[in-house]
Design a protein around this ligand. Structure first.
Ligand code: SF4
Ligand code: SF4
Length: 299
């Protein structure tokens, strides 16, 4: 049941919670394809939680594998201090390191690895082994940090972490990515629009030598206020006849239809591209293009 619930949330994440509510109201038989996909995802989630478990992290998730490519001996990660810990063994035996071989770090590891064997792809950096080992160190009166965030060079050569060329390159790449993301956010339009010709409809011949086509427009309002928009043709003379006024609710989609009419003489091909401006309070906030179908008029 939890898997089914998670599959529903997953679907809501993709299509929106209101759309999911509509599908539920309409019933299983009307939306049988969607329901089948939901059942399929439920089975996938159930499979992962009941059997596959940490193998999703180890085998499927690319994060660990990508990390392996990015690391070197100066990379700071969850590491076992083998210089201090080895040889492992009972605290009562002379000559042993600080690791008492209690396996607490192995028992708490969600991916079932022994961090004392070195850095491994399976490690998801959850730090559970650090906490478990610190607790043991407290019990036996040794300093914490036998497992800690450290690099290979920190442990083996007692070197301090330095700002290496690799780190400098990562900083440049990260800065470029953050700048790109910021640019996308700053230049993001409040409204996005998609216009497509209504399927199954051909052009209509009107009186006075005019040709008209029916279109669907889908608008997404990304703001937190209702937006009233007006459509106007850009670059070409013609008419737009709306069926309904366009009031796009906040943070929602809105879909409606409208006719576009041009004079025959304006159409020199079977398909003519035209541009529609979307205006709010007289200001163009977005444009969208579509294709007009009509008879071919020779020049
Ligand atoms: S950080 Fe987490 S995943 Fe990595 S070895 Fe420790 S317990 Fe295991
Ligand atoms: S928890 Fe610490 S002391 Fe125990 S086995 Fe792991 S590293 Fe050794």
């Amino acid at each position: 049941m939890l898997s089914f619930l998670i599959a529903n949330f997953f679907l809501a994440y993709i299509i929106g919670i209101d759309e999911l509510g509509k599908l539920v109201e309409e019933g299983i038989f009307v939306n049988f394809g969607t329901f089948s996909a939901l059942v399929l995802f439920t089975l996938v989630f159930f499979f992962v939680y009941s059997w596959f478990r940490e193998q999703a992290c180890i085998i499927v998730c690319p994060y660990g594998r990508l990390q392996g490519v990015l690391l070197d001996k100066n990379s700071i990660l969850v590491a076992y201090d083998y210089v201090r810990g080895e040889p492992r063994g009972k605290i009562t035996e002379l000559g042993n390191g600080d690791c008492v071989n209690c396996h607490a770090c192995v028992r708490v590891c969600p991916t079932g690895i022994d961090i004392r064997n070195g850095t491994q792809l399976e490690c998801v950096n959850c730090t559970a082994c650090i906490d478990a080992c610190n607790e043991i160190m407290d019990h036996i009166g040794k300093p914490q940090g036998l497992i800690r965030y450290a690099s290979e060079n920190n442990i083996a050569k007692k070197e301090k972490t330095t700002y290496t060329w690799r780190l400098k390159m990562y900083t440049i790449v990260l800065t470029a990515l953050i700048s790109f993301l910021a640019l996308l956010l700053i230049t993001r339009a409040d409204v996005s629009a998609r216009i497509i010709k209504t399927p199954g409809q051909t052009y209509q011949k009107l009186e006075g030598g005019k040709i008209s086509n029916l279109y669907n427009i889908k608008l997404a309002n990304k703001t937190r206020r209702l937006i009233h928009v007006v459509l106007k043709l850009e670059e070409m003379e013609g008419e737009i006849s709306m069926i309904n006024p366009i009031d796009v609710p906040k943070e929602s989609y809105f879909q409606t239809s409208f006719f576009v009419t041009f004079k025959k003489e304006q159409l020199h091909h079977r398909k003519t591209k035209f541009k529609v401006g979307i205006y709010e309070n007289g200001k163009c906030i977005q444009t969208a293009t579509a294709t007009f179908l009509g008879p071919v008029i020779q020049k």
